[in-house]
Design a protein around this ligand. Structure first.
Ligand code: PMP
Length: 404
């Protein structure tokens, strides 16, 4: 399907070969996975499966090499090298490893700065840490009109700030935040910076060096790969401050009855058997995604995203949550007349997959006093016809529910 110079790769997804009429607008929750990524996963289990980093026999050595090759290629994909890249089970896992392992000499009243748009995964670990050490959480608020960070944000990052933990982009509104500026300000105040790129990874090329962060994480299932795999970048400075939260096989150099020594480098953060198949699939997905970007994915989705937001905003019974460029191809809306869950259920009956609810971002919804909003997210397989089907079905839903 040729759409404005970009060839939408639906033929590469079994789901659309089987259900050509499915309108899947929930990629912000999980992307669908192209054949090539699944084939990589299967190939590993069918022909290459052994426990990496454990055995001397050829199959095990090959598994180790493949895993380390995936580490190097994913590291270079995000602008770093293998010595700074840890594999985890996903962004939630990574953020908890950070919160539990950070060895900072906390003083009561020290501050952790987060944004109002954090996913619970980048809020709850800090909330608990703050309670344990009597720290203060400071919120970077969003402008209620533009949806961007309030311009006064630099004033909230002061020498009391020990840690900045922000999302690269809102998983609700799609708003992208000025991460390089935020990290620069944090570094100037002597704070470490952690970036949650879980939602952004499928849409924004990542470069940890350009962002200047100390840690960055994302989940593979939001970049057209399988679940159970995450990537965690750790700067040298962060590695010096981070104790391994998980202890066990694969991370120790020497085990004694009284004390033990961890391996040096990133390996000490990877206790237990790695999810090698998912890691290899993730590296394959990065190659696939880069190819899609070379073929024009980014401008294609940007255009689809802006047009859809405009078309929704033209309907006076729909309110799109505030956002301004740059944004991810993700947006949320509500209707004063029709409940978000009614809209989502009606859409589901029409074969249109969207998500309604709080989107694991309760602080943002509470702040804007919404109980639930409908979220629509676009990805490489989304067509203009999908957008049109969504709009037509929404109009039908309005007729049905609002005019009772
Ligand atoms: N942060 C953001 C911004 C997200 O959108 C998500 C997933 N919805 C997460 C963190 C958590 O990712 P996962 O569930 O894969 O650990």
């Amino acid at each position: 399907q040729k759409q404005q110079g970009y060839q939408v790769p639906r033929a590469e997804f079994a789901l659309w070969r089987e259900q050509p009429d499915l309108v899947y607008l929930d990629s912000a929750a999980s992307c669908q996975v192209p054949d090539r990524v699944l084939q990589r996963f299967m190939r590993y289990y069918q022909h290459e499966h052994a426990n990496a980093h454990r055995g001397a026999y050829p199959l095990a050595q090959q598994a180790t090499q493949q895993l380390e090759h995936a580490r190097s290629s994913l590291a270079s994909w995000i602008g770093t090298d293998a010595e700074h890249l840890v594999f985890t089970a996903g962004a939630t896992h990574s953020l908890n490893l950070l919160a539990q392992g950070l060895n900072i000499d906390w003083q009561a009243g020290d501050e952790i700065v987060i944004s109002r748009a954090e996913h619970h995964a980048n809020f709850l670990p800090w909330q608990r840490l703050a309670a344990q050490h009597q720290l203060k959480i400071r919120w970077l608020d969003l402008d209620p009109v533009t949806g961007a960070l309030r311009s006064s944000w630099p004033e909230l990052i002061t020498p009391r700030c020990k840690l900045l933990a922000v999302t690269l982009a809102s998983n609700v509104t799609g708003q992208i935040f000025p991460i390089a500026e935020l990290c620069q300000r944090a570094a100037a105040m002597g704070a470490l910076s952690i970036i949650d790129a879980a939602q952004a990874v499928g849409s924004v090329p990542l470069d940890v060096a350009a962002l200047g962060c100390d840690a960055l994480t994302f989940s593979a299932h939001k970049m057209y790969s399988v679940t159970g795999c995450g990537v965690l970048y750790l700067s040298d400075q962060m590695q010096q401050k981070l104790e391994p939260a998980l202890l066990g096989g694969g991370m120790v150099a020497r085990v004694g009855t009284d004390t033990s020594q961890w391996l040096s480098g990133v390996q000490k953060y990877e206790a237990g058997t790695p999810n090698t198949a998912a890691i290899l699939a993730c590296a394959e997905a990065a190659v696939w995604l880069t190819e899609q970007r070379e073929q024009g994915l980014t401008p294609y989705l940007a255009e689809l995203n802006i047009t859809l937001a405009q078309q929704l905003a033209e309907r006076d019974w729909i309110r799109v949550l505030p956002r301004q460029e740059p944004t991810l191809p993700v947006l949320s809306f509500y209707s004063p007349q029709v409940h978000a869950y009614d809209l989502a259920s009606f859409l589901a009956e029409q074969g249109i997959a969207v998500r309604a609810g709080g989107h694991c971002a309760q602080p943002l919804l509470d702040y804007w006093q919404h109980e639930a909003v409908v979220r629509v997210s676009l990805a490489a397989y989304t067509t203009r016809a999908d957008s049109e089907r969504l709009l037509a079905a929404l109009d039908q839903a309005y007729q049905l529910f609002a005019e009772d």
